[in-house]
Ligand binder design. Sequence first.
Ligand SMILES: C[S@@+](CC[C@H](N)C(=O)[O-])C[C@H]1O[C@@H](n2cnc3c(N)ncnc32)[C@H](O)[C@@H]1O
Length: 228
Amino acid sequence: MKSIREMDAPIGLAFFFGPAVIIGIIMLISGFNTVSATMVLVLVLFALKYMHTSIVGKYKIMQSIVNNIHLKKDSKILDAGCGHGAFMLQFNKQAASINEIIGIDIWSNKDQGSNSIEATQKIIDSSNLANKAKLKTADILDMPFNDNEFDLIISSLVLHNIKPFEKRKEALVNIARVQKQKGQLVIMDIGYETSKYVRILKDLEYQNVNIMNAGYNGWWGTLWCQLL
Ligand SMILES: C[S@@+](CC[C@H](N)C(=O)[O-])C[C@H]1O[C@@H](n2cnc3c(N)ncnc32)[C@H](O)[C@@H]1O
């Protein structure tokens, strides 16, 4: 199976490498000093960890999440903000239980490198979910689906890209609308607003909302929610 392991938010690297280069140039002009050299080293280590989480760590987290999901027969799944399909394609070993898996996205290249429906379609076509997976260009804030359509909704590293906070709240309301009453929801995202998301989901009558810490592989943190 093909896959594109492009960086999430590639611009993020500039926040580490930019200052590292500037401090390096200052050192070249004014001479070596331990404090500046330590700063450069720390910034480069942060950049390497950012890259590791984006192209290795997040896949390990997704795999461990998917291994813990029990799909009921003929499940209909939505990957909200699928990008290259990294999360939806983790279900390739559970194809027999899947009726349909739909990935939607607005294909922003700021949020993910080489992001397009054509690129993701090629990846899907070479996977064993090819006859069950479909892609659509659609905004989470305006999804072309009926109420109560999906048994399982997954979304990884998407919510934080929707700005401002009121829109993120609206995104969760939209997700709840298309989710079946006894469905499951998994949101994996940067952890800084986890407690707010939990409150919103509880207000939306989700039950058994659990938070899972992603550990070293997910510097960004995760939120795992399940409706039973
Ligand atoms: C960091 S990427 C993550 C992609 C994929 N879920 C993954 O984990 O590899 C964020 C994705 O969210 C998409 N996105 C951002 N805002 C969106 C919105 N309002 N509706 C649908 N997709 C959105 C972007 O286009 C991008 O593909």
